[in-house]
Write a protein that binds this ligand. Sequence first.
Ligand code: HEM
Length: 481
Amino acid sequence: MKWDSNTTLEKEDIQGLLVRGYSKLPYASYHLLRFNDLKDAKSYLHESITQVTKASTSPDDMAVHLAFTYDGLKYLSLPEITLQSFLRQFKEGMTEKHRSFVLGDEHANAPELWEWGGPNNPPVHALLMLYTKDKSTLEAVQSQHHTLFGHHHIEEVRMLATDTLPDLKEHFGFRDGVSQPYVGGFSNKQPGENEDILPPGEFVLGYKNWYGQYPDSPIMETESDADDLLPSYPNNLKVKDFGMNGSYLVFRQLSQDVYCFWKYMKEQAPAASHTQKEAVKLASKMVGRWPSGAPLVKAPHADDVQYANHNDFNYWKEDFNGLKCPIGAHIRRTNPRDSLLTEKTDLESKEMVLKHRILRRGRTYGTPLAESMKTDDLMNAEDDGKERGLHFICFVGDLIRQFEFIQNAWVKFHKFGGLYEDSDPLIGTHYQKDGHVTDTFTVPEEPVRKRYKNMPQFTAVKGGAYFFFPGIKALTYLSRP
Ligand code: HEM
């Protein structure tokens, strides 16, 4: 489906994080909040709302955002009919039992072990997200909000700090955030100019999605909107659209064992003078890109910085059997591009895969295992036992079709792409299936493939929740007494 290029996004009503990653604001912190008094909670929102950054501005110094869990919206006493009309996945929450199975949140990733968001942790009502240009601005705005929390009896359940690593790397040492879909109607690009421009309704409620339909959005009876703040529901003028210009935000704190990652790579590499080179090659096969970000499909033999930002590639014609980029590599699982339906055509695959895209906005946390972030240094570093990882954040218009589908059918599933006991080498949960544990990584090679077994789990889920990221008008509604 090509989106209508005349679609204009209501940028004044959209929170800016939906359309910008804030690369100019490298300092950030996330604050998980619990309300203790309805009137106070609303006053806090009322006082904070003027700071909330709109998509119509491109801030140079600071950005502020607010999102809410289902419990939080209930606490803020949204009408029952509105609460009921949110997506089922959001209402049930990330840790509902069946959902834990779907997402692979079992064993080492079980919500019972989480540090926040799990059944053994205090409830979370809201998420405050702060982004700034420097440390002192971050500290100032944090302190301003801590004062507000005190005044309004808001408990900070947890503050999640972030640390930006050099060269936009994640902790294993690979460039992250290269491949990202564009939100149609926001990007200057025209439909058809780039395959990755998706209809705005894939990420922002109130606009048409891939199916040419408006995504499900929470409704409100007209009489509940006494101040006439909210827009009418598309195709139904009798009710209001509480979700318009909002989105669903997925948050997962993923801890990374960098020492264990590189130890495994070294152990698997042949004991020769090229151990380090071979270790980097195996790790890159698992990611699907080299440390610089160069995709293996374009640079199959060695890292090549000229391809560091390269994202214009496919798999069908260039690497059907995965000889360059293994079928089970992280980027080939999370976005199989044109290579999914082996018995059909590359175009059908592309079209299907585009219905399962996510807009990633995560940031790393914790100090690096080796300051330089060079793979040789990471590989030679001692285990410092420190906590580090990724605050994975993404936006979707449909939780089950986008995030949950990727996590279940592509990241977790041990038979993905004709494999049979593999899961995503970076983030897949290892589980027992058909007498096998899903801890294998397969590298197609001629004449015979190589199978790396007994892989430890290099990441673990430490916390998580689904949030609703409202438009500015809906946020204003929530702040009204
Ligand atoms: C600690 C956890 C994770 C690490 C270290 C990690 C690392 C990476 C790296 C290095 C890339 C390549 C850079 C790029 O293409 O932008 C990448 C791409 C990607 N990752 Fe992750 N990732 C993690 C978690 C996740 C999760 C939880 C998901 C979603 C379920 C995910 C989805 C994606 C997607 C969709 C891409 C882009 C693939 C493409 O379009 O080619 N990642 N990740």
